[in-house]
Write a protein that binds this ligand. Structure first.
Ligand code: ADP
Ligand code: ADP
Length: 222
């Protein structure tokens, strides 16, 4: 479904990523690991069409992201992709409920269905009593659970997560990963996740390890 072929990306003279090839199958959970500065975020951004590789290609269902128009690419990101970052990055002026509903608004899902899906998901995430609050009025763990809900509510093909537990304590981090993996499995979304945490990485179907901008040979899981 998602296919990176010899992807290279440089920031000026710094080669952040070189010759990176990988595939992500539908529903697959892939962890990107490696030391700080090894190119994990750069690879994630290339896969998600947020950075354009200097060389190589990223294909989504056979289509080269770089050859799409800006509109097609942004449409793909809105409809087929979901994103979770280290900090929840919710819209501060909107309530938790409104934040979670955003991708459905953008996808043109009708109001009744939108309300139902958001309510179900918030209930599932234990956020029903926070639904009317703004992001500043909830805890970091609650905000990050809402960010997971927002990333997945529109049933994307792929959820991209960049250190989604990086700002949380262990218990909240585990809750966020349980929800991210559990919900993706239920709806068949693939997950591409950057993490420093080996306990999280070993829950993925596959682990891709980067060093100095290069992918190491894949070690088959036991
Ligand atoms: P992480 O390792 O947690 O993914 P980084 O520390 O690599 O994050 O980067 C954090 C942010 O700073 C990113 O947006 C990245 O693009 C930017 N960044 C990282 N390194 C540099 C750099 N040398 N010059 C400018 N911006 C950088
Ligand atoms: P990781 O996510 O593994 O920490 P990154 O992909 O953020 O690594 O960074 C890979 C390399 O690219 C690092 O050397 C980093 O300093 C550099 N880099 C990342 N973002 C930027 C940026 N915006 N400008 C310049 N260099 C950057």
């Amino acid at each position: 479904m998602l296919n990176a072929i010899d992807v290279r990306y440089s920031f000026g003279q710094t080669v952040a990523l070189a010759d990176a090839s990988a595939t992500v199958a539908p529903g697959e959970k892939v962890a990107l690991v490696g030391p700080s500065g090894s190119g994990k975020t750069t690879f994630l951004y290339c896969l998600a069409g947020l950075l354009r590789p200097g060389r190589g290609q990223v294909l989504f269902n056979g289509k080269d992201l770089a050859k799409m128009s800006d509109e097609e690419r942004s449409d793909l990101r809105l409809r087929s992709f979901g994103f979770v970052f280290q900090f929840a990055e919710l819209v501060p002026e909107l309530t938790i409920r409104e934040n979670v509903a955003l991708p459905l608004d953008l996808a043109g899902v009708d109001r009744a269905e939108r309300a139902e899906r958001v309510a179900l998901l918030l209930d599932r995430l234990g956020l029903t009593s926070e639904a009317g609050r703004r992001p500043a009025q909830v805890s970091g763990g609650q905000a990050q659970r809402a960010a997971v809900a927002r990333a997945i509510v529109h049933r994307p093909s792929v959820v991209f997560a960049d250190e989604p537990t990086g700002s949380l304590d262990t218990a909240n981090g585990e809750a966020v990963i349980d929800l991210l993996f559990g919900l993706s499995e239920e709806q068949g979304s693939a997950v591409v996740l950057v993490t420093h945490d080996p306990k999280i990485a070993c829950r993925a179907d596959r682990v891709l390890e980067l060093r100095d901008g290069r992918l190491l040979a894949e070690v088959p899981s036991p």
